[in-house]
Ligand binder design. Structure first.
Ligand code: ADE
Length: 226
């Protein structure tokens, strides 16, 4: 898989994309993540990627030319399955969308910008607009990191324990059951006996019951969706 991320602040993406599981997934060749600095495609003296909006409103708007110059170049090199724009008014991002994106070959993520981007980019280039929640970030870079992280970690081979991505919270619209590690008793708080029983059928049943009970209590909306 290849993910191209387009931003005017590439520094914001450096650490989240280059540590831990994302680093290892790239080193193993499971994914290639390429960050593009939009300023490299702006040709005025100050390498400007935004401009004042027509109509006199406050704030700056991302310009068409650098975005189209870069994406024309990328699209001439390979086909892209989705060109994503991160924006608070996009469709709400969730695990189902992460799963879907993880099956694709080539993605572009265009990071949103303060006031927005020239609407012609949204009309004529973007194929998917995604929001990571109902709040406003300073730009789309953190949202792009969230999307890249959640997609890459479920690529086969990205996580050491293959089973663990499948039993993630949300994978079947359920919250994950509680987990415990040693010691079996800490400050008088004991781990549930069933987990120490060695009876794996019983343990599986307990996990299922706990997942359902926690989801009912904490996120009943997930059960109503199904
Ligand atoms: N850019 C600013 N806020 C955002 C959000 N909530 N989701 C995605 N991109 C954003």
């Amino acid at each position: 898989m290849r993910i191209d991320i387009i931003t005017s602040v590439p520094e914001l993406l450096t650490s989240p994309l280059n540590e831990s599981i994302l680093r290892r997934a790239q080193d193993k060749g499971l994914v290639e993540i390429v960050v593009h600095n939009l300023h490299d495609y702006a040709h005025d003296r100050r390498r400007t990627t935004d401009d004042y909006p027509f109509g006199g409103e406050a704030g700056m708007v991302m310009k068409c030319e650098p975005v189209f110059e870069l994406t024309d170049k990328l699209r001439a090199e390979r086909d892209y399955d989705e060109i994503i724009y991160t924006s608070p008014d996009g469709r709400r991002y969730d695990q189902h969308e992460a799963n879907r994106l993880s099956t694709l070959r080539n993605l572009i993520i265009l990071c949103g910008h303060y006031k927005g981007i020239d609407h012609r980019i949204r009309e004529h280039l973007i194929t998917r607009e995604l929001s990571i929640g109902d709040y406003v970030l300073t730009g789309g870079e953190l949202a792009a990191c969230v999307i890249a992280d959640s997609v890459v970690r479920i690529l086969p081979g990205a996580i050491g324990d293959e089973a663990s991505a499948l039993t993630d919270c949300f994978q079947d619209d359920l919250l994950a059951p509680p987990v415990y590690t040693r010691p079996a008793e800490f400050r008088g708080w004991r781990v549930p006996d069933v987990l120490l029983s060695g009876n794996f059928a019983e343990i599986d049943r307990w996990h299922d019951q706990q997942a359902l009970e926690r989801t009912r209590r904490l996120r009943p909306d997930l059960l109503e969706r199904g």
